[in-house]
Design a protein around this ligand. Structure first.
Ligand code: DGJ
Length: 692
């Protein structure tokens, strides 16, 4: 039983394999948080503390641990919900109206029903409990059952109470080309706010919180939650005056207002959340497992070739055919034509919106290339940027009012393009039909969906931030239904659309335009805290790298890209014989280990070496992998002690190093570890091990 209720006391206990989450309803009808942490089975042990006002300046609602504080009354901390009713009243006063439990195959769901004391507004707090994943999803539903419009000015999906002060908060910072840069910051008095106001994408912060009590990979308490939504979000961490830390996450507060018409309901995005008493590794593995079982499509992801870094906008049918032939020779399984194949697209200033095949580049149509790709035995993929339009296009000439705009202002271009107003049904229909046409008329297996600028001049409605993303999700859901074999890659100027909202609707993330293998290790390491390795597209590209100017040996570049779903983005027509041979070998090796990388359990292996080794382990059934990287050896060029994780103590393992094989027990490999020494610059190795 993952949901236990003490009806006499109105206490609710949500149980996962190792953890518990408890709350209850007090005699005032307030929904009050009681506990989040390691598992406690005795529901009767939970008591509702009697609240007494500390002083008139510390009112009861300020000290109360509310599950979902609404705006109103003597509440001055962050609230999750602010509604303005038709008469202008801006305060909600709720009362408890019962609960319901739903049992599904993979989760149990508790719905706590609340209603406003005066207005006909219902509020439901939903908790989905994934017992065997040690995870929960929290979201809320608002129902306007009145005859009048209500305005929702703020909606966070839930509040969490962490019973500590001075925690560590971690998230990412970064920008284009440097996404997923992890930062850790001490929480103190006051608030930490993370948000995205750009509408489309965010390279800057990611919609999640991780709060830990000096945890490491394998020790210590970690509380975490990820918003299942792309686009605008806001998250607040607040250390209160009363010895605890509050966290909220939800729809972006910035410029937000949602109209709830009579009879309408609104479901907030869920927060996928959990607690780990055993460090970050457990957090990552539980999330990866959830993503693997519920969000990611089954099956191994193909090795991709993408022509973007090789050709830029200078696409031509003949060259693409040559690239496809060479990609096949190397071992690629999917050939993707990136930007530049359509309209008058010869640079960033034109083409977006005119989704017809460029006749100069493809005089016989795109099917000439597709047929060639298919006859080689490759899958075929194509790039699109459907949410955008360039001013010189036919689409813009015909529908200048389809872009986000204020009638009295000029809309800004960015990367030479406007953003289409995706809240308009006719725009949604145009995009759906265009993509449906593309997929119906041509044998396409893969869509790379890009979005290269943020929204501005939004127009008058202040719910566009939500509705824009909803339209993107809806179009892709419809396309997937009609074209079930097609895989969708989420890209937004590199890694701008990595979140738990888009995962499951799209299949892959383009992680970053920064394809420098060394920079990628940092980006990918942070990515791995939350997101599954199977959804991480990583390419091997040419050197000197176009961004970093670094020259990195091909083997290191391959190993770095093999940590996720392998892609090749080089100008392979320029490969020397030696490069061709090495690429063939590495791709063949990736195919052998692919089930372990894409479907195995992932570990970030920590060590104490003064050398900057990066060590990653993958384990599936009796097989395992260890990738080791050393960008630059220094400090006495000493070896690193590698302690593997997740082995059977009593079993014997065969470990294959480049220098030869050795055999040790699981206990030895995990507790004592083995020595590994890499030397020189950009050294890397892949060690395979198996249980005998
Ligand atoms: C940005 C993407 O991140 C790149 O991979 C590439 O598709 C370009 N856009 C094309 O314009």
């Amino acid at each position: 039983m993952s949901i236990v209720v003490n009806s006499a006391q109105n206490v609710f206990l949500l149980q996962t394999a190792l953890n518990s989450y408890a709350f209850g309803i007090d005699d005032q009808g307030l929904v009050r948080h009681l506990y989040w942490g390691k598992r406690i089975d005795a529901i009767d042990d939970f008591e509702m503390p009697v609240l007494t006002e500390v002083s008139t300046n510390d009112p009861v609602l300020e000290i109360t641990r509310e599950e979902f504080p609404v705006y109103g009354g003597l509440r001055y901390k962050e609230h999750c919900l602010k509604v303005t009713f038709a008469d202008g009243t801006r305060e909600m006063v709720y009362e408890y109206a019962g609960y319901k439990i739903i049992k599904e195959e993979s989760f149990d769901e508790l719905i706590l029903k609340l209603k406003d004391r005066h207005y006909r507004l219902k509020l439901e707090l939903h908790y989905k409990v994934y017992e065997h994943y040690d995870l929960m999803e929290r979201y809320v539903v608002l129902r306007n059952e009145s005859e009048e419009k209500m305005e929702v000015e703020k909606l966070h999906s839930g509040q969490f109470h962490i019973p500590y002060e001075n925690l560590n908060f971690s998230n990412v910072h970064g920008h284009w080309g440097a996404e997923q840069q992890r930062f850790v910051q001490k929480v103190s008095y006051g608030k930490i706010v993370i948000e995205n106001r750009r509408g489309i994408s965010t390279h800057n912060h990611n919609p999640y919180f991780i709060l830990d009590l000096d945890a490491t990979e394998t020790f210590g308490e970690v509380y975490f939650g990820a918003l299942r939504r792309s686009g605008n979000f806001s998250g607040v961490v607040e250390q209160t005056q009363y010895g605890e830390t509050l966290v909220q996450l939800g729809l972006g507060e910035h410029d937000f207002c949602l109209e709830l018409l009579p009879g309408e309901s609104f479901e907030s995005p869920a927060i996928l959340c959990g607690y780990s008493a055993t460090g970050f590794e457990t957090m990552s593995q539980n999330l990866h497992r959830f993503a693997g079982d519920f969000l990611l499509r089954e099956g191994l992801r193909p090795v991709l070739y993408n022509s973007w870094e090789a050709t830029g906008f200078g696409v031509s049918c003949e060259e693409q055919k040559k690239l496809a032939k060479k990609a096949k020779e190397l071992g690629a399984e999917l050939f993707v034509v990136d930007d530049g194949w359509f309209g008058e697209r010869n640079g960033i200033d034109n083409g977006l919106g005119d989704w017809y095949v460029n006749e100069t580049k493809f005089p016989n149509g795109i099917d000439e290339l597709i047929s060639e790709v298919k006859s080689l035995g490759l899958l075929f993929g194509i790039w699109v940027e459907p949410e955008m339009v360039n001013p010189p296009t036919k689409l813009y000439a015909k529908h200048p009012d389809w872009i986000y705009h204020f009638d009295t202002r000029e809309s800004d271009t960015s990367r030479g393009q406007y953003v289409l107003d995706m809240t308009k049904p006719e725009v949604q229909e145009y995009i759906y039909r265009m993509l449906d046409g593309l997929l119906s008329e041509h044998d396409i297996d893969y869509i790379k969906w890009d979005a290269n600028r943020p929204i501005s001049q939004t127009g008058l409605s202040r719910d566009l931030w939500y509705r824009h993303i909803e339209a993107v999700y809806d179009i892709v859901r419809r396309l997937r239904k009609k074209h079930p074999k097609v895989l969708f890659e989420a890209c937004a100027s590199g890694g701008g659309r990595i979140d738990y909202g888009i995962l499951g609707i799209f299949d892959d993330f383009w992680t970053s335009d920064n394809t420098d293998a060394c920079d990628r290790l940092t980006i990918q390491d942070t990515y791995s805290y939350l997101y599954p390795m199977k959804a991480m597209r990583a390419w091997v590209t040419d050197c000197p790298n176009f961004l970093s100017n670094r020259v990195i040996p091909m083997k290191f570049r391959f190993h770095s890209a093999m940590l996720g779903t392998l892609g090749i983005g080089c100008n392979i027509l320029e490969f020397s014989e030696a490069e061709t041979e090495l690429a063939k070998e590495m791709i063949a090796e990736y195919k052998e280990i692919r089930p372990i990388v894409q479907e195995g359990v992932f570990y970030r292996i920590k060590h104490t070496s003064a050398n900057d080794y990066s060590l990653y382990e993958y384990k599936k059934d009796r097989e395992g992998l260890l990738f080791a990287f050393l960008p630059q050896s220094k400090i006495g060029h000493r070896s690193v002690t590698v302690k593997l994780r997740g082995l059977s103590e009593a079993a014997t393992y065969s470990v294959k190093l480049e220098s030869g094989e050795f055999r040790k027990s699981g206990a030895y490999l995990m507790q004592n570890g083995f020595e590994l020494r890499l030397t020189g610059d950009y050294a890397s190795t892949l060690i395979r091990f198996s249980e005998l």
